[in-house]
Design a protein around this ligand. Structure first.
Ligand code: SF4
Length: 404
């Protein structure tokens, strides 16, 4: 076996499309993903009072129920009628689980509508976090909920890495997901549904457990902006999470950052820029998007974001052996970050190998020297612990790998 620690715990179904292949065949469309107002309108169209929409929202997003017949706040005859008319919750569900020796879990997530092949997305659960949140000014927490259908609760805090697209069009040269190309955008319900499905599996209690969300899975969130922010709105308004427990990472989509800067503080997650190189020349080689939006243009857009007190912008920096990890790169990266004038921190990620990608891991001494170099320049710098490498769950490794 290629990865002897790998344990596949649930069924082997995969490659099932997350949204109905033909809406006409799945009518009415799944409810999951609609906010309380839209659910009220849906109930109104069924001849029911609008406040029943609030009951549906409570049941789907707080109680995490997945079957109309389970929603006992609705009268039984109404449940039976709605179910008979084809109403369905339609929350994405975890179809397959890969467990790492370090406690990380990687999921293939699919919708309940079923459909075409090749369209699952990946979500990662990292108990005890991945250290990526350290030093970013997070407040003491919230997060969680009632029902639990997974393993015993042994964690005190956790991070969930969420996908925003199936595949990705950005084509970062070091990234395994890029090999898929862009297959499609996820809907707001499909993005938020990953979070609720993982909350249900681990019995996360909103308001008590300390869980961070990072929108750093498959895809570029700012190339699916409306659905990404729609998911954030659902998670804030309907689930009760704080946007200060969420971080979105972008490769530097300038129009997206400009829109993001306009979002109200009570809805805007924290921002991370996937920098990965100390100058345009190297960045262009490893991130072709840099030709369209070079570093200075990205930084100009980031400066538009009105940071909250104690909030910092995160710069993610993937260390590629011999390519971005040298002492001169560290010195240049430090100058670059200081020049932005922003309260910032740097997260270093030692590159995770993936099949068919022509880079090498940095040497441990180079990683430590790089970290010390930036820290010595007064920049808060953290080395993210690699999580779930054995199950292809680490940064840049998400590609629906199913080897066991
Ligand atoms: S690193 Fe992110 S933006 Fe770049 S190709 Fe991979 S998923 Fe897309």
């Amino acid at each position: 076996m290629l990865y002897p620690e790998l344990v596949v715990t649930e069924n082997r179904r995969q490659f099932v499309r997350l949204e109905p292949a033909d809406p006409a065949m799945d009518s009415p469309a799944p409810l999951f993903g609609l906010d309380a107002n839209a659910l009220a309108a849906r109930m109104g169209s069924a001849g029911e009072p609008a406040w029943r929409g609030g009951q549906l929202a409570e049941a789907m997003y707080r109680q995490r129920l997945t079957d109309i017949n389970e929603i006992t706040t609705l009268p039984k005859p109404l449940r039976q009628r709605l179910a008979g008319e084809g109403w369905q919750v339609g929350r994405p569900r975890i179809a397959q689980v890969f467990q790492s020796v370090d406690g990380t879990e990687r999921y293939l997530v699919e919708g309940q509508g079923a459909g075409q092949e090749g369209q699952t997305v990946e979500t990662v659960w990292m108990p005890e976090g991945d250290d990526g949140e350290t030093g970013d000014g997070s407040e003491p927490d919230e997060t969680g909920g009632p029902e639990k259908d997974g393993p015993e609760k042994t964690w005190r805090r956790a991070t969930i890495c969420v996908s925003s697209q199936v595949g990705c069009a950005v084509n970062c040269q070091f990234c395994f997901t890029a090999k898929l190309g862009l297959q499609r955008n996820l809907s707001a319900g499909e993005i938020a549904g990953q979070v609720i499905a993982v909350f249900a599996r681990h019995g996360v209690e909103v308001g008590r457990d300390r869980v961070n969300l990072v929108f750093m899975g498959m895809g570029e969130p700012f190339l699916n902006y409306d659905n990404f922010m729609g998911a954030v709105r659902l998670l804030v308004d309907e689930v009760g999470l704080s946007p200060q427990r969420m971080t979105v990472s972008t490769s530097g989509i300038v129009p997206g950052i400009e829109r993001f800067a306009e979002e109200p503080a009570n809805l805007r997650p924290k921002l991370a820029i996937s920098l990965n190189a100390p100058n345009d020349e190297i960045r262009e080689q490893i991130m072709p998007i840099n030709r369209k939006w070079p570093i200075e243009a990205v930084m100009d857009a980031v400066r538009l974001v009105k940071l909250r007190p104690r909030e910092r912008v995160t710069f993610e920096y993937v260390l590629l052996g011999g390519v971005t990890d040298r002492a001169e790169h560290a010195a240049e990266a430090a100058r670059l970050v200081r020049r932005t004038g922003l309260p910032a921190k740097v997260n270093l990620i030692a590159w995770n190998p993936g099949p068919g990608i022509p880079y090498t891991m940095p040497l441990p001494e180079a990683v430590e020297a790089f970290r010390a170099n930036l820290a010595g320049e007064g920049i808060p710098t953290y080395l993210r612990r690699p999580r779930g490498r054995d199950i292809y769950a680490a940064c840049g490794q998400l590609k629906r790998t199913v080897e066991g």
